[in-house]
Design a binder for this molecule. Structure first.
Ligand code: TYM
Length: 335
């Protein structure tokens, strides 16, 4: 995709290369990416620059970035039709992030709840990158004139700041940057921890029982769902004070397409054991074909690197054009 195809929307999103993706990433983001890729011009990236806001060994960063890229291919996203690339392969992201830093107020960046959470979790490494992280994200989005950004609920605030930055910039220089709209799916926008269902499921959670990774074998998936925290009511119904069951119902709904009323009807009179077994079966049926495809792709380094190179070239062309326009508007001396 070189330029926007007529009448098609530009859909863009990224995932950090901070570990194997979870079913939270899958249901909150990837599944929507896959569906939206059928009808739109799509740009998907592995946010490896974002990943260095926490410490990685060089070998881990390299491996995780390649693996995350392979997951995107395993989802069935077509690298010829879409732009699928590694963020660090396009230097305009860092350039644009610096520029946008100068159009972002310290106060508005300070309000980001994810910064507050992450700095509490990584108290020994509260680096400035963690603070300016949403501005790099704004750069990712605004460089590609994205119309729509499909994300999970946790990224909503970051999209709002990207819109505010674009509007501020346009207020000074005219209609330069496209103001993107978030796309947050109705189902799966916030998959919760299986052990502490008042918290988001996260690939960086130290308790492995709290999340299901796309790399987990079928038996491990079933075991983790079996040990998910629920409540003592023993009734499969969506309601207040039932975060654990609500979460399992959301997972089941994502896999089967059923709504909550239908799930309640199907499991009326049945216990949590039966329900958990059905959820596990549905999650395995959804995930295992993607995992098989991933295993096939990860073994083919030449194919992955060819896709990365092609993706970077296509992305670079679009990003360079926007960066040039932005620099001209600001008044950088151009030769
Ligand atoms: P990341 O890598 O944390 O997550 C990738 C996507 O998965 C969604 N997600 C979830 N959805 C539902 N339930 C969950 N438990 C869950 N956990 C994660 C996230 O909302 C996200 O959509 N900063 C971003 C990556 C990024 C980005 C961008 C996104 C960098 N530049 C530009 C959009 C546009 C992040 O860390 O996502």
């Amino acid at each position: 995709m070189e330029t926007q195809t007529e009448n098609k929307k530009i859909v863009l999103s990224f995932v950090q290369s901070s570990g194997a993706p979870t079913i939270g990433n899958y249901f909150g983001a990837f599944k929507n990416w896959h569906d939206m890729a059928q009808e739109n011009d799509c740009i998907f990236g592995v946010a490896d620059l974002h990943a260095i806001t926490v410490r990685n060994t060089p070998a881990d960063l390299r491996r995780r970035s390649k693996e995350m890229y392979a997951w995107l291919l395993a989802l069935g996203l077509d690298p010829e039709k879409n732009v699928i690339f590694m963020q660090s392969h396009v230097q305009e992201h860092a350039l644009m992030a610096w520029i946008l830093n100068c159009y972002t107020m310290f106060g508005e960046a300070s309000r980001m709840t994810q910064f507050k959470d992450k700095s509490a979790r990584h108290a020994d490494n509260v680096n400035v990158g963690l603070f300016t992280y949403p501005i790099l994200m704004a750069a990712d989005i605004l460089l590609y004139n994205a119309d729509m950004v499909p994300v999970g609920d946790d990224q909503k605030q970051h999209l709002e700041i990207a819109r505010d930055i674009a509007e501020r910039f346009n207020g000074i220089y005219g209609d330069v940057l496209k103001v993107p709209a978030p796309y947050i799916g109705k189902k799966g926008a916030r998959i919760l921890s299986l052990q502490e269902p008042d918290k988001k499921m996260s690939k960086s959670d130290p308790n492995e029982k709290s999340f299901i990774s796309l790399t987990d074998p079928d038996a491990v998936i079933a075991k983790k769902i079996k040990s998910a925290v629920t409540d003592s009511e023993a009734c499969v119904r969506y309601g207040e004070g039932k975060d654990g069951i609500n979460n399992l119902m959301a997972l089941y709904a994502c896999c089967t397409g059923l709504d909550y009323d239908a799930i309640e009807r199907d499991f009326a009179g049945k216990g949590y054991g039966d329900f958990k077994a059905a959820v596990a079966e549905a999650v395995v049926a959804e995930i295992s074909p993607v995992r098989s495809e991933y295993e096939r792709i990860i073994a083919d380094k030449a194919y992955i690197e060819q896709c990365m190179a092609d993706g970077a070239e296509k992305a670079r062309r679009i990003a360079a054009r926007t960066a040039r326009k932005v620099m001209k508007k600001i008044g950088f001396y151009q030769i």
